[in-house]
Ligand binder design. Sequence first.
Ligand SMILES: [Zn+2]
Length: 584
Amino acid sequence: MSTTISKAAANAQITYNVSFPEAQAHYADIEMHITSLQQNTLELKMPVWTPGSYLVREFAKNVESLTAEANGKPIAAPKINKNTWQIVTKGISSVTVKYRVYAFELSVRTSFIDASHGFLSTTGIFIYPANMLHSPAVIHIKPYKNWDKVSTSLDMVNNDPFTRLSPSFDILFDSPIEVGNQDVFGFDASGVHYEICMYGGGNYDKEKLKADIHKIVDQEAAVFGENPNKHYVFIVHNRQRNGGGLEHLSSTVLGASRDNYTNDKGYQSFLGLVAHEHFHLWNVKRLRPIVLGPFDYDNENYTTNLWIAEGFTEYYQGIIVRRTQLFPVQNYFDVLEGEFNVLENLPGKNVQTVAESSFDAWIKAYRPNENSNNTTISYYNKGAIIGMMLDLEIINDSKGKYSLDDAMKYMYTQYYKIKKRGYTDAEFKAAFEKFAGKKLDDFYAKYINGLTPIDYNKYLGYAGYKVEDELADKNDAALGITTTTTAAKKIIVTGVQRGTAAYIDGINVNDEITAIDGTPVTDAATLINGKNPGDKIEVTVTRDGQAMTLPVTLLKSNRVKYNIVTVDSPTEQQMVVRKKWLSI
Ligand SMILES: [Zn+2]
């Protein structure tokens, strides 16, 4: 991608008018005015993806009725590829381009408009002039009917909340905009004004939320030694059931379940999401892999480091909530045990390294299929576990002097602040080694670029803990399938786990299981009740409309369920590591 600004582009003035005359039908109407043009042709583009969510989403698919005019007359604006329109601008100094965007995809990374609000995920809304990514733009927003608020981290122009200035398109594409009647409240923390913007209602306690998020903000700013924003916005979409989040430079979009704020587990999980997305304002938005900025908005941006960008953020979401002391240590162990048990029960852990998982996010993580568990892992999940391992390694090797925090702060200072660029794989490795005081070639060969099973007890052992497998003494038989039961009580196979009885003996995804040993079945949970490993059973399935019976030899379940427990009589060094790690 070219990031050079031509002289002509630097002089161009860009203004957008965004209105919602048909919000109820999920449309935004956009008018773009570009003035001071001095070029023969102008290419207009829409990004194909949104940073932070590593999938080509083809946002141009939602654009319709694009027209252009100059000097009051229509001019041609043909499409020249899937996300590019071209206008001949020889002798023309200003153009107006109008188009509509259909927005009805509910997620934190896509736009959604209805009569109650407009959420603009900017990469899918704003067509930009190619080679003018560095140009500022002014955005005028005309709300629908009785909408009365705009929430975004973009600065106001002349104190008008409906007019916002974006210094460049990289900033515009990192600044989602919420328009509607959201409930807005705020607080100040570490020199930054925070706004919480709640769409959709919910049983949240404003004062408690402000106090608890304040604690998270303080803990996270302490890791990096500064809070680089002046203003930060949490846009929260409350729905009946919702989750997920997307990070941005000075804001984030969170999905939340509106009635979950008063139950302990739901509230802890919401604060975990807050901690995760807010931690990203440093890790990935500023301290970032070298290819992740400036972005190529036309293509995939490949990195092997999402295990740091996402995995470490996942690790820190847990450890930061722990540091707030809002919940007991066991709650944090529940989170960690969850991470261990996901990875250890995934056959993909023997197939895909965490570096490969990062690189292939575009075609694998965001495009899962029925076989994904057999062949892939999540860079969030294994990355979080590696974050824990490196944290414990550094704390142990430095006898409690340093932790992973020191490596994160060092990298942020060296690369974001001083060198003003992203990091390479080798540069982050060198930072871990600096604070661990030893080479980590073997660690990388085993766990980052290799498939060596994780030695939980070695790393937890530094802090005087170990894992115990609750299922170790069990001798349960397993079929090795996941199923769904339809409204008509049909049991349909949705997954077949590699290495299990079902996999070896040929049960397929989409098979309907109708009988075991000739007895009709209706309850997926009791298919092999009373059976033992080694038992031979007959599974009758309907496949593509035809019945068939498959002989299956049941095997012992290979599931594990790890719990973290303390070792007997931890040593002084183990207690030093434990206190530093868990802030106790
Ligand atoms: Zn994340």
